[in-house]
Design a protein. Structure first.
Length: 71
């Protein structure tokens, strides 16, 4: 889906591209991890992945997995 988004933006008749960062985390890995902490970790991880995509030349997708903290 993220690659399709990059392709669609690059196809716009303007000189514009997108760098997209995605992340994922197992939903059952740590039931003691507060939900808001998982969400914050996903946002941070996605942001880091987006900057990796930009540094790699842009107009691409980078993915990062999130390891939930152990409580």
């Amino acid at each position: 889906m993220a690659e399709r988004l990059c392709d669609a933006i690059a196809a716009i008749p303007f000189e514009i591209t997108a760098s997209v960062g995605t992340s994922s985390a197992p939903l059952t890995a740590s039931p003691v991890t507060p939900v808001m902490q998982v969400i914050d970790d996903l946002i941070d991880s996605s942001d880091t992945a987006m900057y990796q995509a930009k540094r790699a030349g842009g107009n691409q997708v980078c993915h990062s997995g999130v390891t939930p903290p152990l409580a």
